[in-house]
Design a protein around this ligand. Sequence first.
Ligand code: F6R
Length: 609
Amino acid sequence: MCGIIGRIGEGNSVSYVIEGLKRLEYRGYDSAGIAVVSGEEIIQCKAQGNISYLEEKIDNIKPIGNLCIGHTRWATHGKPNEKNAHPHSSYDGMFTIVHNGIIENSSKLFNDIIGNRDVLKSQTDTEVIAHLLSRYYSGKPLDTIAKVTKILEGSFALGIICKDFPDTLFCTAKASPLVVARGKKGCFIASDSGVLSGFADRYLSVSDGEIAAIRSGEITVFDSCLNILEKKSYLIDSNYTDDGKQGYEHYMMLEIKQQGKAVKDTLSSIIENNDIFFEKVKLTEEYIRNGLKSIVFIACGSAYHAGMVGKNVVESLCGINSSAEIASEFRYSKALVDSSTLAVFISQSGETADTLAALRVAKEKGAKTLSIVNVKESAIAKESQSVIYTLAGREVSVATTKANSAQLAVIYALAIYIAEKRGVISSGKASDYKKELLSLPKKIDETVSNTEESAKEMAKLLYNQQDIYFIGRQNSYAVSLEASLKMKEISYIHSEAYAAGELKHGTISLIEQGTVVIAIAHNSEVLQKTLSNIAEVKARGAKTILITDNKKIEKNGEIDEIIRVDTTLKEFSPSLLVLPMQLVSYYTAKLRGCDIDKPKNLAKSVTVE
Ligand code: F6R
């Protein structure tokens, strides 16, 4: 993970780099640091923790320089302390670098080529790169960078300062996102084009093995043999801005409240006059009708939970084989996918390393690839054959809410679209589904506002628990997994989710007097089954809570508490059932004094495997 940024241009580059680092904090916030070329000197400033600690330090030393590189870290090699914070310099100070990625052979390279452990100031793989650059330095930085990067195994996006060339910013990448841009405010390098919004209008991507040299407002990109390349430029998404917390204490609450709008905006972009149209989906009617045999949803974390819903909805509506796969498992599996498989990749960031790798595997095997992505022009969007964008706007809180809701909406629309094209559902039935789908934004808004008070009360009951168990069946199992993930990631309470029928196959032994079990149960043929499972845990002393859209079930000897959501079709029920659980997790984390928007050890964009 980690985020890198660099600027070279008129005036002081430090303020641009700090602003860029704040925008990049979603990639990690274990530590941050900058290096500035200031006359003959390269000044470094680093701090453990988020950018605000770095800013305080910078305020004291006030460094000035035209060339500055910066880094925000999500620790991979070495503890998240100041010593391991980037930038790192070589033993002779010739090279100072920032790095996003992981060098898998760093120890071997260090032992074989450098050897002297006395030069090491940190425990990072990055520092080894800096030493290697100095060891191979020939007076020609481009040659040196080309030589060193060829022996690095793993992934990297590097911003490089060479002391002999104080007017040039170098960068290079392999399997890590890196862009360069020239704009009104100078020249930049960054891990993500969106963070350059307002600094420049267009950007170039630095692809595997390429090296860029940036000086005097001029960017030159070379291939690994140092031939100059003509690169295509892309528009920087100027809408991808952060409008602040808008009066809320945390981005997460703002984003929970924005879910109706996120779903509405997303649906408006794909449904017009009761017709679903996927402009950028390159699937012919013939393929959908006769070529398509299975749909696999591939993603990580919450996006994977959306994929689980996708599997259920596709099977229910389209009558096609479907599965949901965790991207990090899929990429190394022997999955039998071919041109009859539609592989759907779900990702808010569009940069998740495992999802991207799984996409490449599926493509290589000949599957049709379609991605559902929130960030425009992200790697997953660019590399998949078709893309459907969720229009959730920028999601800042690490724990996803509105992007996940928008993903679900696209999945429902996709299932209706395929079912209709295959003639599996009549146009009348399809029309009913679309009507209900279009009613979701309002129901989402109402459910959020109607369940907020109960969620607050529920949090008082949960915040001092050691363990919380979630159970559910079918779509409600997917919601249980998502609810459990939300709970543990922001409140740090241990939590697990099980398919309700599985509990008695082992886990029920953990249920004791007072253990909290939250059952999620939507109106369906399996509702009664989940109620029986509630009775089973109640009999063993559990405190039981039911989240349901059923209007008739009341609290009784088996159900201690109920939160009720609005009703919709069983296929779409996850969109409503998940909402009170986002609120409960939020208020539980708040009572525990957790850093809700930036939970420990996490990052918004997971660009390492
Ligand atoms: C949990 C959460 C994560 C992400 C996962 C995938 O709240 O946000 O589990 O869903 O890291 O990220 P994307 O969607 O960016 O691929």
